[in-house]
Ligand binder design. Structure first.
Ligand code: IVH
Length: 705
């Protein structure tokens, strides 16, 4: 199930102004659409991480091409314009958003940034508050002479929707503030729904045959944006105040002090707000909040850190749409509970049967999830997962969502235990668990034995062959391969290279088919022809031999003079043979790999296919190590953001010049290449006296400038 990785965009500096403008406009439209889905429909379709990446690229383009940063730029706006149905309210002070950090390292960098900006030394006192980031929707409550006069959603940050009539139905929100009689006070915070009320609301909706809300945040947003306040009144909304807008006088000089005053005025405030004297205390409170997350009874998606001293907040100010004095430290993995409707089996490239859970769609971390992996047969048994069960789904970053556990107390009496199939659901061949000769235990994976007849394996093998790290045939993505395979136009990898000839002979008529215009077909042929010569290591990896990933492919390519030598040796490598012993010399290559190589190359069908491929493809040596390069044999760490290189490219370059790449700085590190934003690794390198160079210097050092 190899997924094709997205192409890394070129660095903004490599774009022409026209190309930058076009990309900026396209990204702008995409971001605006996601904003609309998120804010107006409460139905986001991208992960926060993907959204953040779009925003980041958009900002990068503007930094390189400042003429793109017009007044309409999305870097100057937050969210989407308000929906038409409510009256508009102009915020006296804009309602802004928050920047995010995703790791402790980034949180430390945030603190360091604040210190730098304020010119504070490392030991100067600097307090922060830390509090939960509530997953609801923000709202600004305007009190004049202590009376609630209006209430507005954030909208685009400048103008929101007037939801005062609905806000008045929320029992927790005071109509009048005790004790505060100043002219104006705008209290800002989050409207949310707790889990109990959310479940009850969805039950009522289900009974009334209305669609359920995907999560409490959507339920809160949908409820607050009701034109009929009597509907909102029945929806059990709640509120936490955590910030302010216009205020004729503030009741305190610190964040903590104002929030405590809010509580005295009768506004609900979050009890987990803490004052922290340093970053360690902030991180400790982050961990403490994270540990309580599941039992809080309402959704939170991180912890917000804020500079406590309001005069420092004012000095720090804002950058485009977020304050410099606050940041959201997001939780890594998101979890949600849903119902497992079915279990289906997917068959991968090597014939492994992978069980996939089909779920009642649920929003996990802002993304609707309807499938999750169950890994293998034993995992299903161990977790005792049954069809009809309520399960906890977890999503972390971009990895495939997983089932963490079953809520046994919610198991319906008719929940069906799952019987893992013993035949391949695609081709009907027997599916077996091999016994490991050494341990005598069955392999965790059950595999289809029909490797040569099973269409599922064939399609997955083709996808792997063409994928980015293998033969890298652009334009031959998963969809195209599935189509070409099922139409009978490509059955094996060598068929890819005969496609053009067959098409020109009038045998396939690709250009007349849906989705294959003249240009795209010509581009496809060009991309295929560009891979008629390939480095030997890529070719070995592309063959999809079990246990031969990129690293082992390189080990083999380095050891053997040419492909024919590898082929002959592997074909003859029965345990105990002379040929078998040849592989012993290769560092890091174990007996399991040798056995897999032997099985692969000794198989007559594979021999025929390799012959056919080698008639089409010329193999080149693996790009040689430049042993004479000044970094040969050294250990290099890249840190910070690179502008001219992607991480993959940087790694490939270092390897080409004979250097080893490491993810962390230690005494063994020889060189650190630091880009903007480099944090603790850079600091460590300085501390250890390790040479640090810039990305540009890297190009000079490696003779590429
Ligand atoms: S402070 C100027 N504190 O998160 C700073 N925001 O992603 C204003 N949010 O727009 C925000 N909990 O809707 C702050 N404890 C908290 C929060 C919080 C949730 C929301 C708020 C904000 C969004 C940014």
């Amino acid at each position: 199930m190899a997924r094709r990785a997205a192409k890394t965009p070129p660095p903004p500096g490599a774009l022409t102004p026209a190309a930058a403008r076009a990309e900026h406009a396209k990204l702008g439209a995409e971001i605006a659409e996601h904003d609309r889905r998120y804010y107006q429909e409460d139905a986001p379709t991208v992960s926060d991480a993907d959204y953040d990446a779009l925003r980041r690229r958009y900002g990068e383009l503007e930094r390189k091409f400042p003429e793109l940063a017009t007044a309409e730029s999305l870097t100057r706006t937050v969210g989407a314009p308000p929906a038409e149905k409510f009256a508009k309210v102009r915020h006296a002070i804009p309602m802004l958003s928050l920047g995010n950090v995703f790791s402790e390292e980034e949180a430390r960098e945030f603190v360091a940034r604040v210190r730098r900006f304020l010119g504070l030394s490392d030991d100067a006192a600097l307090e922060f508050t830390a509090e939960p980031k509530i997953d609801g929707l923000s709202c600004s409550l305007r009190y004049e002479r202590g009376r609630l006069v209006s209430a507005a959603t954030r909208g685009d940050g400048f103008e929101g929707e007037d939801v005062a009539a609905n806000i008045r139905t929320i029992g927790e929100i005071p109509q009048e503030l005790h004790l505060y009689r100043g002219e104006v006070l705008e209290a800002r915070g989050e409207v949310y729904m707790n889990h109990h009320d959310f479940a009850a609301l969805n039950d009522r909706r289900a009974a009334a045959q209305k669609p359920k809300f995907a999560n409490p945040r959507n339920a809160a947003a949908g409820s607050l944006r009701q034109l009929d306040p009597s509907v909102t009144a029945g929806r059990a909304l709640r509120f936490f105040a955590y910030a302010w807008g216009e205020a004729s006088e503030l009741p305190a000089g610190t964040q903590k002090g104002v929030i405590e005053a809010f509580a005295r005025f009768g506004l609900p405030v979050n009890p987990l707000t803490r004052l922290c004297a340093n970053v360690e205390e902030m991180l400790a409170h982050y961990r403490a909040i994270e540990a309580q997350r599941a039992t809080l009874g309402y959704d939170i998606d991180g912890v917000v850190y804020k500079v406590n001293d309001i005069s420092l907040q004012e000095r720090l100010g804002f950058v485009s749409r977020a304050p410099r004095w606050a940041v959201a430290h997001k939780f890594p993995a998101e979890r949600a509970t849903t119902i497992l409707r079915d279990i289906e089996i997917q068959v991968g490239r090597t014939g492994v049967l992978t069980p996939v859970a089909r779920l009642e769609p649920v929003t996990v971390g802002g993304v609707v999830v309807s499938n999750a992996t169950l890994h293998n047969e034993d995992e299903i048994a161990r977790k005792d997962v049954r069809i009809g069960d309520t399960v906890v789904v977890q999503r972390a970053g971009d990895v495939i969502p997983q089932i963490v556990e079953v809520a046994l107390e919610k198991r319906p009496h008719d929940a069906k235990p799952y019987k893992f199939p013993h035949v391949c659901p695609v081709c009907g061949s027997a599916a077996l668990r091999e016994i490991d000769e050494k341990t005598g235990e069955a392999d965790v994976a059950r595999r289809c034995t029909g490797s040569l007849v099973c269409p599922a394996q064939a399609v997955e093998r083709l996808k792997h062959f063409a994928s980015r790290n293998a033969m890298d045939i652009e334009g031959l993505g998963d969809k195209q391969i599935e189509y070409l395979y099922h139409e009978g136009l490509i059955k094996t990898a060598s068929d890819i290279f005969t496609l053009q000839a067959r098409d020109e002979a009038g045998l396939t008529r690709l250009k007349n088919r849906e989705g294959f215009g003249e240009t795209s077909v010509n581009n496809l042929f060009a991309a295929i022809n560009a891979r008629r010569s390939a480095p030997i290591n890529k070719f070995i990896y592309a063959l999809g031999i079990r246990h031969v990933g990129e690293t082992n492919a390189k080990r083999l390519a380095r050891h053997f003079d040419d492909f024919e030598q590898l082929r002959a040796t592997a074909g003859a490598a029965k345990p105990g043979s002379e040929a078998y012993a040849v592989f012993d010399e290769i560092d890091g290559l174990g007996p399991v790999v040798v056995e897999a190589l032997h099985d692969f190359f000794a198989e007559p069908h594979n021999e025929r296919e390799i012959d056919a491929l080698l008639r089409q493809v010329t193999l080149e040596p693996m790009p040689a190590f430049e042993v004479s390069s000044p970094i040969a044999g050294k250990t290099v760490v890249f840190t910070g953001s690179l502008e001219r290189l992607t991480r993959d490219e940087a790694k490939a370059q270092a390897e080409r010049f004979g250097a080893k790449i490491s993810g962390s700085v230690s005494k063994k590190t020889d060189l650190v290449v630091a880009g903007p934003g480099a944090g603790s690794k850079l600091a460590k390198a300085r501390e250890l006296g390790i040479e640090v160079i810039s990305e540009d210097e890297w190009f000079v050092l490696t003779g590429q400038a």
